[in-house]
Design a protein around this ligand. Structure first.
Ligand SMILES: Cc1cc2nc3c(=O)[nH]c(=O)nc-3n(C[C@H](O)[C@H](O)[C@H](O)COP(=O)(O)O)c2cc1C
Length: 217
């Protein structure tokens, strides 16, 4: 697949076929994706790939914890968002909701419990960073995330980044036996897209670059 086509064609997938993904396929994706750049080539990531019964066990724990603590998907801002950003958040809800209504799904439940369940994907990937690193190294994890979702798409798999799960870090570390000195940064749901699910018809729009770019020349 051509690179530009991959970048513009990828989108988050939120319904998956139950079909298992061969371990070799995930391995192939990760072997490509770890070509991502990182500062001083430190490759500071730890990558946990969770499949099969362990994947189900992880979701059961996350959903239970979500129902107890009710920490939801949110922008995670520490100061109020300006009008433009708030409007984008509202737009995300407005544009996706009709697809969920078609599925008789309530938005918050679908997104929050769905995220905890990796949207039923057979593969969950958890990206961790050693706590010895500074916050600047989150950038490296972010780039790896980008490379993983693009590579997965290029090789015929769908994916969705799952940031919500970092709110349930202690549960994840407990279930997966992740050492205390590692921080859970982000998860990824991965599998074969369920083409029949209405939510997978949704493609989020982007602003024109004039909304972000200031030319200084
Ligand atoms: C860091 C990060 C965290 C995200 N966390 C979640 C999440 O917890 N649940 C979810 O459904 N989508 C999550 N997403 C997916 C975004 O909602 C999605 O990327 C965005 O709406 C743009 O849509 P697209 O990926 O289809 O282009 C996350 C994306 C990123 C980059």
């Amino acid at each position: 697949m051509e690179l530009i086509e991959a970048i513009t064609g990828r989108k988050s997938i939120r319904a998956f076929k139950p079909d298992p993904v061969p371990k070799e396929k995930v391995e192939e994706i990760l072997k490509v994706a770890i070509n991502a750049p990182s500062a001083i080539n430190l490759q500071p990531w730890d990558i946990y790939v969770v499949m099969g019964e362990e994947r189900q066990r992880l979701s059961r724990r996350l959903i239970k914890s979500y129902r107890e603590k009710k920490i939801s998907c949110s922008p995670g801002n520490v100061k109020p968002l300006d009008e433009k950003l708030s409007a984008r958040g509202a737009q995300s809800f407005r544009l996706m909701n009709p697809y969920l209504e078609e599925m008789n799904e309530e938005f918050n439940r679908f997104i929050n419990e769905g995220s905890c369940n990796f949207y039923g994907a057979p593969v969950a990937i958890i990206l961790c960073l050693d706590k010895a690193f500074s916050k600047a190294r989150y950038v490296d994890i972010g780039i790896l995330l980008g490379f993983i979702v693009l590579t997965a798409y290029g090789l015929g798999l769908g994916s969705c980044p799952i940031g919500l799960i970092s709110a349930y870090e202690e549960d994840i570390k407990d279930v997966l036996d992740i050492p205390e000195n590692k921080e859970v940064v982000i998860g990824i749901a991965m599998g074969y897209p369920d083409e029949k699910s209405p939510v997978n018809r949704f493609k989020s729009p982007r602003e024109g670059i004039e909304a972000f770019v200031r030319w200084i020349d």
